[in-house]
Design a protein around this ligand. Structure first.
Ligand code: GLN
Ligand code: ZN
Length: 766
């Protein structure tokens, strides 16, 4: 009989009712003490372990749980606490930990950035001058807790040295080898203690190994694992990779560890190719990630069994561990909590709990023989088939359009050089026109009004009247401020993706499908499960109303196809790009509807365009090309005089600037202040010859920027960019800001524009 095993790599932290989030926020608000918080967190942690145990999983992770983020935990454990957090002597260790994540009165928070290509964000470890020191052995503490409280033999998880250093920043981490050598002794100590405790397996996560890494790093990686295995020869190391196929397969599988974990979902092609070409070492265990840890769809278990059979040609079953492709951190807790979804959709979903059941079922099917489990596997297959065959998935007209799609990007009628002249004549905008990015403050009253309406306590008429009043109020404010291009303010929108998802065909919405985005912040992504379809105009009423109140142009405001795609859970039966094109076609109808009603400046936001960038460099070009195709599908049928804007924020732009240009938007507004002018220096040797606005100030801070600092920002920008093409705007939408600071900041921004206009006209006269 086969003794194939099962494992989990990480479990959602937030709890079925987001009790984790509530406890944290309660503590930050001063409502519960540190002791109470820690006690509550322990209960949550143990209950997650119990759930996994009930599922019958053999290897259950510990130390995947955290009070904020696992990278922050690792940095903290290694004593990498930046000096600016050490000034307050009375501060408790926990308050220092939270300060690193969230900032405090004296110190700004550590940087936060995207965890690979997921929507999870981690705290970037910061290396100062001082060397790292071991302040705690977290994996050991977690192991002991599970043992003593629940009598469970668990498998601790730890971020590996290569990944940890690669994702760090600061002086101490700039020389890779040196930095690795500084943390290695700490890792050795951790492993040594785990071995002494009798721990059997340690999962070391090295997701960086699936990204495009330089060949010369392989030596270093070999040294790292030689040292770690020598430090604790009895402790078995499962070297875990995920999110794509491992680079340098042959070298990685030969590292001196006991097991290698590979992603056979997102890295299926590459990992399978490696397996076929180089096989798998005789004495090692393979962690086979065959259940998608990031998607929300039920697995086609017959297919997965076939895949396992294929894998077992190269690795004997007794050396295979069936597992999710990555930590389940990226999916909601359980489908059981959903009550309002259409049955055909609900039945086809699998969140964390259900995924563990799938892992277990696969394990049993291998051990007991497929035939004995036919009923269960067939149920899964039929749920998937039913969804595939449901009318949601095949809207004939949508598919017909997609079938005719040209691979060349669609074109505006005339090139930008021609459009520019026509637009100048049409709009008569001043030199250095001023505008905003779309949203104005979503005050508690705005949110309250929406709640009352959703609960049925307010009629739709009353709610719409409220929205109109807000629009009117802010149109008046924008006119008084002297802004040149106005917006309606987005008061009717909770979230820029959800709002459109609710109005388009093909989307579903869970009631409890939360996933952690960063810290205690959770998001509830919409589910794209059918062909995406335009049903009726989505933004025309509010935009047109705003335009009726002013003689200045009002910019229509849409969310772009890639952002809708990247911030949703997406069906997997058709290529992602096909879904992007479907969304693009639907948005095109909205663009045309706006134009037909006299809204002839239209902004299509793509803040998440870069988020979809694949992990391997070789795949970038394809993705970016598809992104450009989708954006242009949505925006290129308008008249030459209609001005298309786009907006992007909070990512690096310099390496995708050619693609941004290829979007052919008449104006792009880009966040600049967080990257500290990095982008501005990029333009020193690269021109940008379409309309462009660089964010004048960081909207994430309540601080009101002075006129002087914005003038000096303009000095820098206009030294490298064509002033005739330049726009003045904040970094991003203003929905998270208060009304008062918003007005003050914009007043200063308009003032800076005026100063600059005078400066320029004086210069021209001379
Ligand atoms: N138009 C959106 C807003 O102003 C853009 C948001 C974003 O870029 N994330 O809120
Ligand atoms: Zn933005």
């Amino acid at each position: 009989m086969s003794n194939i095993q099962s494992a989990n790599l990480g479990y959602p932290r937030i709890g079925g009712n987001r009790e984790w989030k509530k406890a944290l926020e309660g503590h930050w608000a001063g409502k519960i003490s540190e002791e109470e918080l820690l006690a509550e967190m322990k209960q949550i942690r143990l209950s997650h372990l119990r759930t996994q145990k009930e599922k019958g999983i053999d290897w259950i992770p510990v130390n995947d749980f955290t009070l904020y983020d696992h990278m922050l935990d690792t940095a903290y454990m290694f004593g990498l606490i930046p000096d600016r957090f050490k000034t307050d002597e009375g501060a408790s260790p926990l308050s220092v930990y939270f300060a690193m994540a969230r900032g405090n009165r004296n110190a700004s928070a550590c940087e936060m950035t995207k965890w690979f290509n997921t929507n999870y964000h981690y705290i970037v470890p910061e290396w100062g001058e001082a060397d790292p020191v071991l302040t705690a052995n977290r994996p050991l503490e977690a192991y002991r807790e599970a043992k003593s409280e629940l009598d469970m033999e668990t498998r601790p998880v730890l971020v590996g040295p290569y990944t940890f250093v690669k994702l760090s920043k600061g002086d101490g981490s700039s020389d890779l080898e040196q930095a690795v050598n500084k943390v290695l002794p700490l890792y050795e100590q951790v492993l040594h203690e785990l071995q002494a405790e009798g721990v059997q397996w340690l999962q070391i996560d090295e997701p960086v190994l699936v990204t495009t890494i330089p060949a010369e790093d392989i030596d270093l990686i070999e040294q790292i694992y030689a040292r770690l295995s020598a430090a604790a020869p009895q402790l078995k190391i499962m070297l875990q990779t995920y999110f794509d196929s491992v680079e340098f397969y042959e070298k990685i599988i030969s590292l001196p560890v006991h097991g290698i974990g590979l992603d056979f979902v997102h890295g299926l092609e590459g990992n399978l190719a490696g397996l076929k070409k180089y096989g798998f070492p005789e004495h090692k265990v393979l962690g086979a990630g065959v259940i998608n840890g990031r998607g929300i769809w039920r697995a086609d278990l017959q297919h997965e069994l076939g895949l396992l059979e294929e894998i077992s040609k190269y690795v004997s079953e007794s050396r295979i561990i069936i597992q999710p492709s990555c930590s389940l951190l990226h999916v909601p807790v359980t489908v059981k909590a959903e009550t309002a979804l259409e049955p055909v959709l609900q039945n086809a979903l699998a969140f964390a709990e259900e995924k563990l059941s799938e892992v277990k079922l696969l394990q049993r099917a291998v051990i007991e023989g497929k035939d004995r489990l036919n009923k269960e596997t067939e149920a899964a297959v039929s749920a998937v088939t039913l969804l595939n065959e449901s009318p949601h998935r095949s809207k004939k007209d949508v598919q017909a359009r997609i079938a005719q799609l040209d691979l060349e990007p669609s074109q505006r009628i005339s090139p930008f050089s021609v459009r520019r002249k026509m637009q100048r004549e049409k709009w008569h905008l001043p030199f250095l026109p001023t505008t905003t990015i779309g949203s104005f403050p979503q005050t508690p009253e705005v949110r309250k009004a929406r709640q009352l309406w959703r609960k049925g306590e307010w009629t739709s008429e009353r709610y719409q009247q409220f929205i109109q009043d807000e629009i009117e109020k802010w149109v008046t404010i924008q006119e008084e401020l002297g802004l040149d291009v106005l917006v309606h303010g987005e008061f009717e929108r909770t979230d820029m993706v959800e709002f459109f998802g609710e109005k388009l065909g093909g989307f579903g919405f869970t009631s409890n499908g939360w996933v952690q985005s960063y810290g205690s912040r959770c998001v509830k992504p919409p589910i794209i499960f059918g062909d995406v379809q335009f049903l009726k105009p989505m933004t025309v009423r509010e935009t047109q109303y705003a335009q009726s109140l002013t003689s200045k142009p009002v910019k229509g405001m849409l969310t772009g196809p890639l952002t809708i795609l990247n911030w949703s859970f997406v069906r997997e039966d058709i290529p992602r790009e096909t879904v992007a094109f479907q969304i693009a076609f639907a948005l095109r109808e909205e663009v045309e509807a706006l134009e037909a009603c006299g809204i002839e400046m239209i902004q299509v936001d793509e803040p998440a365009l870069r988020e979809g960038l694949p992990l391997k460099k070789d795949d970038h070009e394809h993705y970016l090309h598809q992104a450009v195709l989708a954006f242009r599908l949505a925006t290129s049928t308008v008249r030459d005089t209609t001005q298309i804007h786009t907006h992007m924020c909070y990512c690096e732009f310099h390496d995708i600037i050619d693609s941004i240009r290829a979007l052919d938007a008449d104006v792009v507004s880009i966040e600049t202040s967080r990257s500290h002018g990095e982008l501005v220096s990029h333009f020193e040797d690269h021109t940008y010859d379409l309309g462009i606005g660089l964010g004048m100030y960081d909207i994430h801070s309540p601080r009101v920027p002075s006129v002087e600092e914005m003038v000096s920002m303009l000095d820098r920008a206009l030294a490298v960019l064509d002033p005739e093409l330049f726009w003045i705007n904040p970094d991003c939408g203003l929905k998270t800001r208060g009304a008062d600071e918003t007005v003050k900041s914009l007043r200063n921004m308009v003032e800076a524009a005026k100063i600059y206009r005078q400066k320029y006209s004086a210069a021209l006269k001379n």
